[in-house]
Design a protein around this ligand. Structure first.
Ligand SMILES: O=C(O)c1ccccc1NCC(=O)[C@H](O)[C@H](O)COP(=O)(O)O
Length: 374
């Protein structure tokens, strides 16, 4: 344990934005070290990681042997770099670090600044305490599964987003509560609510207001998670599920964040976009829900054949593990829905094609070619 505590104090003191060797470990240790004694922390943050889980982790061994966060991530095929202060000369400080390579990297760099500011205002311990007073979490996967069986088409996760980097403003008159209610009335199984302010014009306030407005659908916090603080914060605002993006998070972060979600009663929707990410995620125990994004978050290109290409090779393992798969992005017509359904998805995540219609809820029947039943 000593070694871990030492590691943690280095990370905490010198690299406040550094989310590694994983955000998970760095966040875990200070909580324990500061003697947080609330139930959530006791159950999920520290005490549940066994000695073997911590010390057999290849990532920790790499980290302790001097590899940087970005080097560990790159070894897993992750191209998104963290803009933490360099710890080793090999991380570089040159011009290549000053300019993000793509929009996802820009979003993550902005998120590092945002999260550190939010944490300064409301430290983890306070957020954990707030999460204990949130409304009880709802069963996200159960709602999808039930809706899928009932309607014999993929269950709908209907997205509430005002704008996106690829499309700009989708809807001038944007009332998240109104949109959420019309989605629910017209058969959405779950809601996805963008919380990123800078790039999507979303907010945690939107999500909290919708969750407290009388909707019954479970709510996904559509956020760019880089730190466990965000998971507790999302729960404190009523989220039932949260997005974890494999293109951004190394395996150890995903494992640890999954564990935190489980202990909070939340579902993690783990998003993949290519073969490598899919295979990484399938090796992680306890994954219930995987989203295949048809949109390449680095180039914005949308290609619905991505779902088919990735799923057809992995049907057996998905079935064996009982994982529910969500087809995400770029779905506009009943043919698109049938196409991804035939590839094996049980749910779809749809934003733009609904939000650009006068009544996003009524647009659901047009998208599916029939009305969805509750
Ligand atoms: O939508 C974007 O431009 C975008 C850019 C960078 C990162 C994420 C982005 N979108 C998140 C999503 O994947 C979508 O909001 C979601 O899957 C719904 O897609 P759509 O139906 O195409 O709005």
């Amino acid at each position: 344990m000593e070694s871990l505590l030492a590691v943690s104090s280095v990370a905490t003191v010198f690299f406040p934005l550094r989310p590694s060797p994983s955000a998970a470990l760095r966040s875990a240790v200070p909580v324990a070290a500061r003697g947080v004694r609330c139930a959530a922390a006791k159950d999920s943050m520290f005490y549940e990681l066994t000695h073997d889980e911590i010390f057999n982790s290849a990532e920790v061994i790499q980290w302790e042997s001097g590899k940087s966060m970005n080097a560990i991530a790159a070894a897993q095929g992750i191209r998104i770099r963290r803009r933490c202060q360099p710890r080793y000369p090999s991380e570089g400080t040159g011009a290549d670090r000053a300019i993000p390579h793509n929009i996802l990297e820009q979003i993550i760099w902005d998120k590092e600044v945002e999260v550190s500011q939010r944490k300064a205002k409301k430290p983890l311990q306070k957020v954990i305490e707030s999460a204990e007073h949130a409304p009880p979490p709802r069963d996200f996967v159960g709602a999808l599964d039930t809706a899928h069986r009932r309607n014999e088409v993929p269950a709908l996760i209907a997205e509430v987003k005002k704008a996106s980097p690829s499309r700009g403003v989708l809807r001038d008159h944007f009332n998240p509560v109104e949109i959420a209610h019309t989605y629910e009335t017209n058969g959405a199984a779950c809601l996805s609510i963008l919380t990123d302010e800078k790039h999507f014009q979303g907010s945690f306030e939107n999500m909290e207001t919708v969750r407290n407005s009388g909707v019954k659908c479970p709510v996904l916090c559509k956020e760019f998670v880089i730190d466990v603080w965000q998971i507790y914060y999302a729960r404190s605002k009523g989220a039932d599920a949260i997005l974890l993006i494999a293109a951004v998070l190394p395996d150890l972060d995903i494992k640890y964040m999954l564990r935190i979600c489980r202990n909070l009663g939340m579902t993690a929707l783990i998003e993949v976009q290519d073969d490598r990410e899919f295979d990484r995620v399938l090796k992680i125990d306890g994954v219930q829900l995987i989203g295949i994004n048809n949109r390449n978050l680095e180039t914005f290109q949308v290609d619905t054949t991505n779902t088919k290409m990735l799923l057809e090779k992995r049907r057996d393992i998905i079935k064996k593990k009982g994982i529910l798969v969500v087809g995400e992005s770029g779905l506009f017509t009943p043919e698109d829905i049938t196409y991804v359904h035939n590839t094996g998805v049980s749910a779809v995540l749809v934003g733009e094609s609904l939000l650009t219609q006068d009544d996003p809820g009524q647009a659901i029947a047009g998208l599916f070619g029939k009305e969805l039943l509750h």
